[in-house]
Design a protein around this ligand. Structure first.
Ligand code: VG1
Ligand code: CO
Length: 559
């Protein structure tokens, strides 16, 4: 045999026949804020999942000899989709695949495994905080060798590829047994079924002082609850909080992962994490409460009868970062997504740290993290993370908070109030209008965009508009530009109104309105955020002509 590549037999065909399947493009496979998210019945259409996977594999062009990681949040369709991806990876000549047991990996754990094992990339199967089940949502996202979501240049190329695809490759083989750790072969591909928790738990032990955390959690004086919302973090939280850190067995609630999340919305906010909220706002509440979402990358932090706004959480962690061993040397810089409140900007300016403002979506933090320009970053949507992986990380945020609480020895509420007294308080709220008619939502945005130019210098609700624009991001690392990332109305004194359309919804359009104001005077730090922001929100709704254009009186969710 010669080494003529053009005539080489696909190595996968040595033991199993590679089958080339004719297909036709689907027009709706453009990835959004975080991968391709659709209803399960959409994913179940013939060849739908396969088309998208083939497009990703074509664009990824995994180098010979390299490994891919596969895992998801355990939702309905996860197990089947993992098998489809394994067969297609093998048929496309991928040398090795690492798959979490039962096809499961939390999103941060998948990022961790890609990095720890030097993989070329990975498929993450999740629709995050969206409901699951036969009529729920499913999603597929591809991450690169840095462990982070593929940037727009990649996802745009995938979208183009999905529109021209005429065939995909798979193997005619039975499902692999993924229920137990072990090694299998699929054609010429080696498939390793790995423990989904081990690499991740080891990373957490390197970042945080587990002895100090054990003293806090096993000491009996400090009580916490972690709500896994019947999603992927249950086994991670049980292993780390209860087994390794000795927290009592009732610490993790809703800890059994279920394919439909028990019928709930695995979204850690005050509306959906109701079990936890009842405990934390009830009598004899624990000292600390936290919850994570479907795929384990979001976090909500609560003190006794006290909610920590995600934007504040990022700022508090930035201000106290050196209390955790993994960050003891200080931070290179920080970043937040544009709609996230400017609380962390206050910390950065006081500590003399660079602070970056990126578009919504974790993929935009990747370059800054890779280049060593930032150490911590976060989003208002209950996402916080650092350079330890390239995804936001729910349990990591919980361990970080616990580390700060262990060192400071103060209750959550006092810690946050002291933070406000030092840096000022950024009042913040977000209104979501879900499942709007797409035309109406686009009309709202178009109308606003047309008006922006005339706003600077005018007064709205007693505040003077300093600037207004359609946010565009210029990536300082790779020089790329991302336009139309949200409409901003910026007021003198730091208040802001932001409008954007969601890129993760699966029904109609979701409009998000984010409103923020800044208050330096501690005498005015005690207001309810909804009360403090009412006048500005009224301005925001009027500017948007929201009722007139959408017929909606009330938002679907307020956070
Ligand atoms: C939402 C959030 C965004 C987050 C994204 C993915 O996107 O606003 O901050 O990065 O979800 O989070 P959008 O486009 O719907 O506003 V996760 O936990 O869902 O993967
Ligand atoms: Co998520």
């Amino acid at each position: 045999m010669t080494g003529n590549a053009a005539n080489a037999v696909n190595p996968a065909s040595r033991t199993h026949a590679v089958r080339t399947v004719a297909t036709r493009p689907y027009p709706d496979q453009t990835p959004g804020t975080s991968g391709l998210r659709k209803r399960v019945p959409v994913f179940r259409q013939p060849h739908y999942l396969e088309n998208f996977v083939q497009a990703v594999l074509d664009v990824a062009a995994v180098p010979a000899g390299s490994a891919l990681v596969v895992g998801g949040d355990g939702r309905y369709l996860n197990a089947e989709a993992a098998q489809v991806i394994l067969r297609m990876a093998a048929a496309n000549g991928v040398a090795r695949v690492l798959v979490g047991r039962d096809g499961v990996l939390s999103t941060p754990a998948a990022s961790c495994v890609i990095r720890a094992r030097g993989a070329a990339g990975g498929f993450i199967l999740s629709a995050s905080h969206n409901p699951g089940g036969p009529e729920g949502d499913f999603g597929v996202k591809y991450n690169l060798a840095n462990g982070g979501p593929a940037p727009e240049a990649f996802t745009n190329a995938v979208a183009r590829r999905t529109r021209e695809l005429t065939e995909y490759r798979t193997l005619d083989v039975a499902d692999l047994p993924l229920g137990r750790e072990g090694t299998h072969t699929l054609g010429a591909t080696r498939v390793d079924v790995i423990d989904p928790v081990a690499d991740y738990a080891a990373l957490m032990e390197r970042l945080f002082d587990f002895d100090a955390l054990r003293a806090l959690l096993a000491g009996g004086r400090f009580r916490m609850r972690f709500d896994a919302m019947h999603a992927v973090t249950g086994p991670y939280a049980r292993e780390i909080l209860e087994r390794r850190l000795g927290a009592p067995a009732e610490t993790v609630i809703n800890g059994e992962p279920l394919p439909d999340f028990g019928g709930g919305h695995p979204d850690p906010n005050l509306t959906y994490a109701h079990d936890l909220v009842e405990l934390m706002f009830g009598g004899d509440a624990p000292d600390f409460g936290a919850a994570s979402d479907g795929d384990g990358d979001r976090n909500m932090i609560l003190g006794r009868r006290f909610f920590v706004t995600p934007s504040d959480s990022l700022a508090v962690l930035a201000a106290n970062a050196t209390l955790a061993p993994g960050y003891a040397r200080g931070l290179a810089g920080v970043a937040r997504s544009m709609p996230t409140s400017q609380a962390v900007d206050q910390v950065a300016s006081r500590l003399g740290l660079p602070c970056y403002e990126t578009p919504t979506g974790w993929k935009f933090f990747g370059n800054l993290l890779d280049a060593g320009r930032i150490t911590l970053c976060g989003e208002e949507s209950f996402g916080t993370g650092s350079d330890h992986v390239r995804e936001k990380d729910g349990l990591w945020a919980v361990l970080f908070w616990l580390s700060v609480l262990a060192r400071r020895g103060e209750p959550v509420e006092r810690l946050v109030r002291e933070h406000w007294a030092r840096f000022g308080r950024n009042y913040y709220t977000r209104y979501d209008y879900e499942a709007l008619a797409t035309d109406a939502a686009q009309g709202v945005m178009r109308q606003l965009r047309d008006r922006l130019g005339a706003l600077p210098g005018t007064a709205l609700g007693g505040l003077r508009v300093a600037a207004a624009d359609d946010f565009a991001y210029h990536d300082p690392v790779d020089g790329s530009t991302s336009e139309h990332q949200g409409l901003r109305v910026l007021f003198e004194g730091g208040a802001r109104i932001i409008y954007r359309l969601s890129g993760t919804g699966t029904e109609g359009a979701t409009l998000r309105i984010y409103v923020e104001s800044y208050e330096l005077d501690p005498a005015r730090h005690d207001l309810d955020a909804q009360v403090a922001l009412r006048p500005l929100m009224d301005v925001a709704l009027a500017l948007a002509e929201l009722r007139e254009r959408t017929g909606r009186e009330q938002p679907t969710v307020i956070t």
